[in-house]
Ligand binder design. Structure first.
Ligand code: SAM
Length: 239
């Protein structure tokens, strides 16, 4: 089994594929921004085996509404890939907003960049090519108290989520949100490890289970576990 081939997997927690299709067709896809559609299509054409890594459109729309409702101006993204969630964020934020976007590799970001440019939102993005932990450590040293972030979206190395969390609690203001993607990991968190899946599915499952247990016990945040896409944990910093 090709461990890099995600093309047969389905990032949908709904038990009915028909219901998922209904939701997509009735109100998600008609409202998806044209350039987000194009970025998603380009990702599928250029790297079909990994295209599943883009957040699904229904999740992009949820992030967009959250960002607008909270009037976010300063955000962090950890795990950019070809930039679906990044473009959804950049489209939702006002003209003078800033997104600090971190990814260990710039290669996939370059695939989405033409669509970000066409949308006229590139000026909002500061892309940092780096392993996320040292990049976040640097930000913790640099960012002043009055420059703290309103919102963070985390979608990188699942085994490092807790390390990101400790740093993001210093970077996101009290009352701000930190959202963790893939926290239901294709629904595998509710079942024993499976035999007939690529090895990384089970190893990431272990990491996600540990993270979910720790975050549920963390008194510095309140949270909501949302069953959208692959599972999104929305945390609000309270202290
Ligand atoms: C699931 S993808 C992100 C998808 C993206 N949010 C989207 O909607 O298109 C995960 C990304 O995390 C990046 N990544 C993995 N390990 C990382 C690390 N240690 N530091 C920074 N980025 C990392 C990968 O290069 C990959 O681009």
């Amino acid at each position: 089994m090709d461990g890099n081939d995600l093309s047969n997997l389905e990032k949908c927690l709904l038990q009915s594929e028909a219901l998922h299709q209904y939701i997509l067709e009735t109100n998600v896809l008609p409202k998806e921004h044209e350039l987000l559609k194009k970025l998603r299509a380009e990702t599928k054409a250029r790297i079909p085996k990994r295209a599943l890594m883009n957040v699904p459109p229904e999740e992009g729309q949820l992030l967009s509404i959250i960002l607008k409702v909270m009037n976010a101006k300063r955000t962090i993204e950890v795990g950019v890939f070809t930039g679906y969630s990044l473009l959804a964020t950049a489209l939702a934020l006002p003209e003078d907003a800033k997104i600090t976007a971190i990814d260990i590799s710039r290669e996939c970001y370059e695939i989405g960049l033409p669509f970000i440019k066409e949308a006229g939102v590139e000026h909002k993005i500061d892309f940092i090519e780096s392993d996320a932990v040292p990049a976040l450590d640097k930000l913790v040293h640099e960012v002043r108290e009055d420059e703290l972030f309103d919102f963070a979206f985390v979608d990188a190395e699942k085994s490092s989520y807790w390390e990101y969390h400790e740093r993001l609690l210093k970077l996101v203001r009290v009352g701000g949100l930190i959202c963790y993607d893939n926290t239901l990991w294709l629904g595998t968190v509710a079942h024993p490890p499976q035999q007939d899946v690529p090895e990384f599915i089970n190893s990431v499952r272990e990491a996600v289970l540990k993270f979910n247990e720790k975050i549920a016990a963390d008194t510095r945040i309140e949270l909501s576990q949302v069953c959208i896409g692959d599972g999104l944990t929305i945390c609000r910093r309270v202290v």
